[in-house]
Each structure stands twice: as structure tokens, then as C-alpha cells.
Design a binder for this molecule. Sequence first.
Ligand code: GDP
Length: 348
Amino acid sequence: MMLPTIPTPEELLDKGFRRGKKAADLKRGEKIPKHLKGKRIEETRVITACQVIKDKLKMILDRTPEIEELPDFYQDYIDITVGVDDFKQSLGALNWAYGIITQLEKEYGAKIRKLSSERATGLRKQAYGRISSVVNKIEKDLDFLDFAKQNLRNMPTVDFEATSIVIAGFPNVGKSTLLTHITDAEPQVANYPFTTKGIQIGHFEKKWKHFQIIDTPGLLDRPIGDMNDIELNAMVALEHLADAILFIFDSSETCGYPLENQYKLLEEIKNIFDAPIIYLFNKMDIAEYDGIRHDYIQEYIDRTEDPLLISAAEGEGIEEIIKLIMKVEKREKSSDDEDEYEEDENYF
Ligand code: GDP
């Protein structure tokens, strides 16, 4: 997400006061009756400074997307990464500053016009003092918005029209091998909170339907019992996104996790995700020898609903996976969410 550049209070004031001075200098050259000239110059300084600062604040407010209007996944993402409440509060503070500076502009403009030129400089100084104090009051909000800008810069670009399939399974079971086999191009890699390797998104299109396959190394590949609240939230964000889960077992157990543990991970994922699950038993090329499959593997295959036996490395079974993915329907978004956000309307 591209957020506008955020100035510091000093930068904002500096720009406003500098432009105020420039505009006033132009006034000095104009033919104005002497007793009015001092007033005009100071009025111009105040009004220009207010306008410049207000324009910048308005530009920030206009170019920042309304969080409530973003898809659930992004709202979750922003909440996990920087905090939605803090975000709204900071924008609220900028809005507040905008309002106060509008008032100061009117108040001091009128005062300077009414009083004599001798008092104009004093009034302008007073106005600048009050403007500075307002802008300095939003320092922590500007700071926060800059922090948000840096942290949301590499937010994943998700296609919300596409059907989304989220891959799960322990490390080294073959998730990224499979992702590159199913999707067209190199997957897009973006930041994802609390995973060191980020999120990988690959796309493919078939029969005019668009699918995106999402892999989240470090998140859907370890026991959920070990996760902290924030990681669980990151998980819930994925739940909002997933139309189906591709759960991958390493039948050969060469990933280092026994099938029993892999099955436990599956059970945990089932508890969190409502989405339908497609079950894949990968690395069948080394899990069988001469067509003979170990009994222990068969036991897990028998426990699983409609399993597909594949070898991602050899491209074995990819067509069947794509056929199953083609059957996945986009999940309806619950309308509860919308009601929830309406209550927030008066937030600013
Ligand atoms: P991820 O950590 O789940 O993304 O797993 P990777 O896709 O990186 O695969 C881990 C290792 O397993 C790599 O060395 C792959 O080459 C290997 N691998 C993946 N799929 C298969 C397969 O079907 N058969 C065999 N023999 N090896 C595989």
C-alpha cells in the first residue's frame, strides 16, 4: 500500500512559514497605501502559512485509504502490523489540527484587518505561536503515520476477485515446489507479519477463472499451540482470505516430521479454518519402492478424505490438483463484518 509522505512538525511549519514569508515579500512590492501595507503583509503571512499547512494535511488525509472500506484481509493486516485503532486515531488528530488551523486563519485574518498596522506584527507572531503549538501537538501522530507508511509499504498485493488457495504443511514437505508447479510465473514475495520469509503468492488462470495460491512459510507450518496472540491474528487474516486450503503431507517423512505429527498439524488447522481442505500426499516417488507402499503411510491415506497422491518434484499429479482447485468456489464474505464497521462511523 502506498501511503503519502509524512512530514515532521518542523518540516510542516518550516514550509508554511517560509511560503508565508515569500508571499508577504511579493506584497511589499505592491502599491498599497502606507497605513494598510503593514497589515496586508502580516495578513498574507498568516493566511499563506495556514493554507500551506492545511493543504499538506488535507493531501495526507485524502490520499490515505479509508480502512473500513478495505477488504477484511487488509484490515486484519494493518491491524496486526501497525494497529487499526492507532491508525484511525492519528488520522483523527490530523483532522483536528486541520480544523483548528482553519479557525486560527479566520480569527487572526480578521483581527489583523481590524486593528492598526502597528499591531499587525505582534498578532502575526501570536498566530504563528499558536499554529506551531497545534502542529507540535500532532507530532506523535505524524510519527505514527510515517511508521505505518514504512511498515505497510510491502504489503502483499492480493487479488480479491480471484479464488484464493492457501497452502499449509510442515517445512520441507514440498510447498514451494508445488507452488511453482501450479502457478505461471515466479511467485510474488511480500512482507507478512511474524513470518521471516514473507508471504508468497502465485497466480494461474484457467477457463477465464483466476486463482491465486498463497504460501506463508513460518505460519501454517508449525503447531498452533506454540503461537502467540499476534501470530494467531495473522492466521485469522489468512482465514479471511482462504477459499480453500491445500494441506500437504510428506509421505516419505524426509522433511523430518513423522506423519503422526503432520496429522496433528492438520487437525489444528481444521480448528481454525472453515474453508474446505484439499489433501495431498507428496513425495510419493520416494515413499514407495517398486510399487510397494509402507503400511504406515496407507494408514494415514485411509484416514483422509479424498487424498491425492502426488510427487511435486516430478510434476506427478499436478493436473489432478488443478482439477480439484477448479472446483473451489469463492466463499461468501459474512455480512456481520459490515454491521460491525457501521458502528465506527463517528470515530473521527
Ligand atoms: P517447503 O519448505 O514445504 O516449501 O518445501 P520445498 O518445496 O522447499 O521442498 C523441500 C525439499 O523436498 C526440496 O529439497 C525438494 O526438492 C524436495 N521435494 C519436494 N517435493 C518432492 C517430491 O515430490 N519428491 C521428492 N523426492 N522430493 C521432493
